[in-house]
Write a protein that binds this ligand. Structure first.
Ligand SMILES: [Zn+2]
Length: 194
Protein backbone atom coordinates (compact mmCIF):
# COMPACT_ATOMS: atom_id res chain seq x y z
CA UNK A 1 0.00 0.00 0.00
CA UNK A 2 2.84 2.32 0.88
CA UNK A 3 4.49 1.58 -2.45
CA UNK A 4 1.34 2.34 -4.39
CA UNK A 5 0.94 5.63 -2.55
CA UNK A 6 4.53 6.59 -3.35
CA UNK A 7 4.07 5.78 -7.02
CA UNK A 8 0.99 7.97 -7.25
CA UNK A 9 2.78 10.86 -5.57
CA UNK A 10 5.76 10.50 -7.89
CA UNK A 11 3.71 10.39 -11.06
CA UNK A 12 1.30 13.20 -10.30
CA UNK A 13 3.56 16.02 -11.48
CA UNK A 14 4.16 14.28 -14.81
CA UNK A 15 0.47 13.76 -15.40
CA UNK A 16 -0.32 17.38 -14.76
CA UNK A 17 2.09 18.66 -17.42
CA UNK A 18 -0.10 19.92 -20.24
CA UNK A 19 0.59 18.50 -23.65
CA UNK A 20 1.93 20.89 -26.20
CA UNK A 21 2.40 20.87 -29.90
CA UNK A 22 5.47 22.38 -31.53
CA UNK A 23 5.57 23.25 -35.23
CA UNK A 24 9.14 23.12 -36.53
CA UNK A 25 10.20 24.26 -40.00
CA UNK A 26 12.95 21.97 -41.24
CA UNK A 27 13.47 23.33 -44.74
CA UNK A 28 12.42 26.40 -46.74
CA UNK A 29 12.46 27.58 -50.33
CA UNK A 30 11.06 31.08 -50.23
CA UNK A 31 10.04 33.74 -52.71
CA UNK A 32 8.93 37.27 -51.93
CA UNK A 33 6.83 38.43 -50.18
CA UNK A 34 7.53 35.49 -47.86
CA UNK A 35 10.89 35.98 -46.21
CA UNK A 36 12.63 34.10 -43.39
CA UNK A 37 11.35 36.80 -41.04
CA UNK A 38 7.73 36.31 -42.14
CA UNK A 39 8.13 32.54 -41.64
CA UNK A 40 9.63 32.98 -38.17
CA UNK A 41 6.87 35.36 -37.05
CA UNK A 42 4.10 33.20 -38.56
CA UNK A 43 5.34 29.98 -36.96
CA UNK A 44 5.74 31.76 -33.62
CA UNK A 45 2.10 32.87 -33.79
CA UNK A 46 0.96 29.40 -34.86
CA UNK A 47 2.74 27.77 -31.92
CA UNK A 48 1.21 30.33 -29.60
CA UNK A 49 -2.34 29.88 -30.87
CA UNK A 50 -2.23 26.07 -31.19
CA UNK A 51 -1.32 25.80 -27.50
CA UNK A 52 -4.00 28.17 -26.21
CA UNK A 53 -6.93 26.63 -24.32
CA UNK A 54 -9.15 28.70 -26.64
CA UNK A 55 -7.93 26.68 -29.62
CA UNK A 56 -9.07 23.47 -27.97
CA UNK A 57 -12.35 25.04 -26.86
CA UNK A 58 -13.16 26.52 -30.26
CA UNK A 59 -12.34 23.32 -32.15
CA UNK A 60 -14.32 21.19 -29.69
CA UNK A 61 -17.53 23.05 -30.57
CA UNK A 62 -17.62 21.59 -34.07
CA UNK A 63 -18.23 18.25 -35.72
CA UNK A 64 -16.97 17.54 -39.22
CA UNK A 65 -17.98 15.39 -42.16
CA UNK A 66 -16.52 11.87 -42.03
CA UNK A 67 -15.17 12.20 -45.58
CA UNK A 68 -12.55 14.69 -44.32
CA UNK A 69 -10.63 11.66 -42.98
CA UNK A 70 -12.57 8.46 -43.56
CA UNK A 71 -10.16 6.14 -41.72
CA UNK A 72 -10.32 8.39 -38.66
CA UNK A 73 -14.09 8.39 -38.38
CA UNK A 74 -15.80 5.42 -36.80
CA UNK A 75 -18.44 3.86 -39.03
CA UNK A 76 -18.86 6.98 -41.09
CA UNK A 77 -19.96 9.11 -38.15
CA UNK A 78 -19.07 12.78 -37.89
CA UNK A 79 -15.51 13.54 -36.76
CA UNK A 80 -15.72 15.34 -33.45
CA UNK A 81 -13.64 18.49 -33.04
CA UNK A 82 -12.40 17.13 -29.76
CA UNK A 83 -11.01 14.03 -31.48
CA UNK A 84 -9.29 16.24 -34.08
CA UNK A 85 -7.73 18.24 -31.24
CA UNK A 86 -6.58 15.21 -29.22
CA UNK A 87 -5.00 13.58 -32.25
CA UNK A 88 -3.26 16.88 -33.03
CA UNK A 89 -1.88 17.63 -29.57
CA UNK A 90 -0.62 14.04 -29.24
CA UNK A 91 1.73 14.53 -32.18
CA UNK A 92 3.99 16.74 -30.07
CA UNK A 93 6.52 17.92 -32.64
CA UNK A 94 5.34 18.48 -36.19
CA UNK A 95 8.09 19.00 -38.78
CA UNK A 96 7.17 20.78 -41.99
CA UNK A 97 8.89 22.11 -45.10
CA UNK A 98 7.80 25.38 -46.63
CA UNK A 99 7.99 26.37 -50.24
CA UNK A 100 6.66 29.57 -51.81
CA UNK A 101 6.53 30.06 -55.55
CA UNK A 102 4.74 31.69 -58.47
CA UNK A 103 1.72 29.87 -59.87
CA UNK A 104 2.59 29.61 -63.53
CA UNK A 105 -0.70 28.26 -64.80
CA UNK A 106 -3.03 31.30 -64.93
CA UNK A 107 -6.15 29.10 -65.14
CA UNK A 108 -5.42 27.60 -61.78
CA UNK A 109 -5.24 31.07 -60.32
CA UNK A 110 -8.30 32.51 -62.05
CA UNK A 111 -10.67 29.55 -61.94
CA UNK A 112 -9.73 27.41 -58.96
CA UNK A 113 -8.09 30.17 -56.88
CA UNK A 114 -5.42 27.75 -55.68
CA UNK A 115 -3.74 29.28 -52.63
CA UNK A 116 -1.37 26.43 -52.08
CA UNK A 117 -0.96 22.71 -52.27
CA UNK A 118 0.10 20.06 -49.83
CA UNK A 119 0.85 16.51 -50.81
CA UNK A 120 -1.10 14.36 -48.31
CA UNK A 121 1.74 11.83 -48.47
CA UNK A 122 4.36 14.33 -47.35
CA UNK A 123 5.38 17.29 -45.26
CA UNK A 124 5.88 19.96 -47.90
CA UNK A 125 3.55 22.94 -47.83
CA UNK A 126 3.55 24.81 -51.09
CA UNK A 127 2.09 28.32 -51.24
CA UNK A 128 1.58 30.59 -54.21
CA UNK A 129 2.62 34.22 -54.36
CA UNK A 130 -0.37 35.61 -56.32
CA UNK A 131 -2.48 36.12 -53.19
CA UNK A 132 0.30 36.59 -50.66
CA UNK A 133 1.70 39.60 -52.50
CA UNK A 134 -1.54 41.50 -51.85
CA UNK A 135 -0.51 41.78 -48.21
CA UNK A 136 2.39 43.05 -46.19
CA UNK A 137 3.70 43.41 -42.65
CA UNK A 138 1.45 42.08 -39.89
CA UNK A 139 -1.45 41.22 -42.22
CA UNK A 140 0.86 39.08 -44.36
CA UNK A 141 2.14 37.27 -41.26
CA UNK A 142 -1.41 36.58 -39.99
CA UNK A 143 -2.70 35.27 -43.31
CA UNK A 144 0.39 33.18 -44.03
CA UNK A 145 0.20 31.71 -40.52
CA UNK A 146 -3.45 30.67 -40.87
CA UNK A 147 -2.79 29.32 -44.36
CA UNK A 148 0.15 27.19 -43.13
CA UNK A 149 -1.98 26.13 -40.14
CA UNK A 150 -4.67 24.92 -42.58
CA UNK A 151 -2.14 23.07 -44.75
CA UNK A 152 -0.52 21.31 -41.76
CA UNK A 153 -3.71 19.30 -41.37
CA UNK A 154 -3.37 18.07 -44.97
CA UNK A 155 0.16 16.71 -44.36
CA UNK A 156 1.00 13.08 -43.73
CA UNK A 157 0.74 13.65 -39.98
CA UNK A 158 -3.04 14.04 -40.25
CA UNK A 159 -4.20 13.58 -43.84
CA UNK A 160 -7.45 15.54 -43.78
CA UNK A 161 -8.91 16.21 -47.22
CA UNK A 162 -11.69 18.43 -48.51
CA UNK A 163 -14.96 16.87 -49.59
CA UNK A 164 -15.94 18.59 -52.87
CA UNK A 165 -19.60 18.22 -51.82
CA UNK A 166 -19.01 20.57 -48.91
CA UNK A 167 -16.63 22.89 -50.68
CA UNK A 168 -17.80 26.45 -50.37
CA UNK A 169 -16.56 29.12 -52.73
CA UNK A 170 -15.43 31.45 -49.98
CA UNK A 171 -13.44 28.81 -48.07
CA UNK A 172 -15.49 29.21 -44.89
CA UNK A 173 -17.09 26.01 -43.82
CA UNK A 174 -18.01 24.83 -40.34
CA UNK A 175 -18.21 21.20 -41.47
CA UNK A 176 -14.73 21.00 -42.96
CA UNK A 177 -11.77 20.37 -40.62
CA UNK A 178 -9.08 22.37 -42.36
CA UNK A 179 -11.26 25.35 -43.35
CA UNK A 180 -12.58 25.63 -39.80
CA UNK A 181 -9.11 25.38 -38.28
CA UNK A 182 -7.94 28.10 -40.64
CA UNK A 183 -10.79 30.34 -39.36
CA UNK A 184 -10.08 29.58 -35.71
CA UNK A 185 -6.35 30.32 -36.10
CA UNK A 186 -7.01 33.64 -37.82
CA UNK A 187 -9.58 34.73 -35.23
CA UNK A 188 -7.34 33.77 -32.30
CA UNK A 189 -4.27 35.51 -33.74
CA UNK A 190 -6.28 38.71 -34.25
CA UNK A 191 -7.65 38.45 -30.73
CA UNK A 192 -4.34 37.72 -28.99
CA UNK A 193 -2.00 39.95 -30.95
CA UNK A 194 -4.00 43.15 -30.66
ZN1 LIG B 1 -7.07 22.79 -48.02
Amino acid sequence: MKILFLIIILYTPFLSVAQRVNIVVTDTQLTKPITTEVVTRSIELLNLVFNLPEFKDSLSKYAFVSTNRPNFSSEGNDIEGKAVYNDFINKGTVNINLKVKKLLNPWKRIISKTYGETNPGGYLILSYTWWLKRYKDKELVILYASHVGHEIFHTKYFGYVHDPKYNSGNFVNDRDVTYKIDDIIEALIRKTSN
